[in-house]
Design a binder for this molecule. Sequence first.
Ligand SMILES: Cc1cc2nc3c(=O)[nH]c(=O)nc-3n(C[C@H](O)[C@H](O)[C@H](O)COP(=O)(O)O)c2cc1C
Ligand code: SF4
Ligand code: SF4
Length: 526
Amino acid sequence: MITMEMLEKIRKEHRPILEERLLKEGKVIIKGNEIVLKGDYYKKQYRIALKNCGIINPGDIRDYIAMDGYAALANILRDKQPKEVIDDMKASNLRGRGGAGFPTGRKWEESFKKSSDKKYFICNADEGDPGAFMDRSILENDPHAVLEGMAIGGYAVGSDQGFIYVRAEYPTAVASLEKAIAEAKEYGLLGENILGTGFNFDIELRLGSGAFVCGEGTALMESIEGKRGMPRKKPPRTSHVGLWQKPTILNNVETLANVPVIMNRGVEWFRSIGTERSPGTKVFALVGKVVNAGLVEVPMGTSLREIIYDIGGGVQDGKVLKAVQTGGPSGGCIPASLIETPVDFESLDKIGSIMGSGGMVVMDENTCMVDIARFFLEFTVDESCGKCTPCRIGNKRMLEILTSMTDGTAEEREISELKELAEIIEDTSLCGLGQTSPNPVLSTMRYFYEEYEAHVLDRICPSGVCKSLLKYNILDNCIGCRKCAKVCPTSCISGKVKEVHVIDQDRCIKCGACYDACPSEAITIG
Ligand SMILES: Cc1cc2nc3c(=O)[nH]c(=O)nc-3n(C[C@H](O)[C@H](O)[C@H](O)COP(=O)(O)O)c2cc1C
Ligand code: SF4
Ligand code: SF4
């Protein structure tokens, strides 16, 4: 076990070794105490949660210590009372990065004030949003940041037992965490009598089997208790009555990775980044039709334009941006006209989307918004736990309506029925999954209503995506080369050589073979 002095000695001795190795690898810039990754992609980012990712070796605790790791915990254990740590967290106004944006300090205070013989501190590493990999990246590349954040939180609220709920589909993250926990225990930075201060805090892993609803706080706790992961009704809040009925704090991976940095660099520093009501940074998983897909960490308040164009390099193949979807399957679609919107909790909420855990999907002109809403709802229907009726049955009905719209069989009244259902499900579902599942439908109806009308009233898909609604037509500039007729699998194209051809719409199966074969762009999709 090491003492505070030994911790400082390791830091001083190991830092030059780390810097030398990094300089040899040539992938970083070192300025004073700062080490940042080289390259344009990183230049425009501001890294707090990801600050060590790609820089340290996650399997060597000395690398983490060399980057000021465990200094915050040591200083707090030496100098601060739990109440002071909570006051700092409240003053920092760090808001949870797992979705809801609840202030972390206030959450901790609720558990701190509740007297109990036992309290728990959980890290939510379930990361169920398809396409999201922010948390996985932190767990794999900087696991000690999460352990240190949890130990600080445990000290603040009066807990001696932590759990990390991580999905089993993340074997590299699990291995990284196991190694880090073992090393931290060996160094006396976790377990009994941490740094000789008398503070005890242990962390155990709990593997989830990958159900989206298990990321919801109460369902996650049911799952840790060995039951089926189904949400409980709230109140009571889990900070009062949580795991095994004891006060329990649940924080997201990215939230916890921020904690040691805030404690090291101070509340004022943290509040100087981002916006007044959403300080700090947010990590986004930028995916979809964007040139540079990947993880991006930027100050809150950065505009969608800066993220997509300045960092992401714009839309692929020079196409036009149509929409950006934020917040994962329960998020909303933002039209390109709102691209100057700053990304923070309030601004996104105002335009009908959410931050969620940080998924950001770029969509180009060839995206059908009705089909997108259907796609996200399909996920929600699959993942609903079935406990409450609005979510279990309502979402299924919404999916049926959306499917009939994309199939071209929906009736006009179903447009208003869809909206009504969405609003009822939002208001009456038991947990966040059902409450937010209508977001993709409501936001696409809000900004792309004409696409719903086109599908239902005119039976056309303006983006040319919904197969049943497509119509292939041959224009007058047809040169009569017969290439389309030769590839058509149903032989439904007729016409003489050097004359304009015609497609028999009743026999056309909309395979698109003719469109691909035409050398003179004479075939249109409508
Ligand atoms: C259906 C559903 C899934 C969720 N999945 C996650 C998740 O994978 N990771 C996460 O941190 N939070 C998830 N949340 C949010 C958690 O319930 C909780 O608010 C969060 O973990 C609290 O941590 P924070 O305050 O640090 O954000 C989910 C919520 C819902 C409703
Ligand atoms: S809203 Fe959906 S996921 Fe949540 S409790 Fe109800 S059925 Fe289960
Ligand atoms: S391939 Fe194009 S140009 Fe040739 S016959 Fe068909 S529609 Fe006309």
